[in-house]
Ligand binder design. Structure first.
Ligand code: SF4
Length: 110
């Protein structure tokens, strides 16, 4: 079973882009979703689209008031995390961000 961000055992990697907060710090313990009792962050199997959209919106609302949103998002982008809402982004949204980041980095390298 997938774990919420603060339940997993991981070490944050260096961010590809500078962010304000210290990724080496114990931000994991500050996560607003430490008790995801409603199961907002990961989809149950065969979840209908309307239910998924509603659940993801509720998860994003938690993320929006999370003090470690940026650290969590960068972690999810760097791993990358293939499932769930991390840092206020769904997996599909993270793929878009990663694609843009790769294109920007390729353009800068050219
Ligand atoms: S940003 Fe969202 S998923 Fe990440 S730790 Fe905070 S509440 Fe959890």
């Amino acid at each position: 079973m997938l774990q919420s961000p603060h339940e997993s055992q991981w070490s944050p990697a260096a961010p590809a882009q500078p962010i304000r907060r210290d990724l080496a710090g114990p931000w994991h313990s500050e996560a607003a979703c430490q008790r995801d009792e409603a199961g907002l962050f990961f989809a149950p199997s065969q979840e209908p689209t309307a239910a998924r959209l509603s659940r993801e919106q509720a998860a994003k609302s938690v993320c929006a008031r999370c003090p470690v949103l940026l650290e969590c998002r960068e972690h999810a982008l760097l791993q990358p995390e293939p499932y769930g809402v991390w840092g206020g982004l769904t997996a599909a949204e993270r793929r878009v961000v990663l694609g843009r980041r790769r294109r920007r980095q390729a353009a800068e390298a050219a």
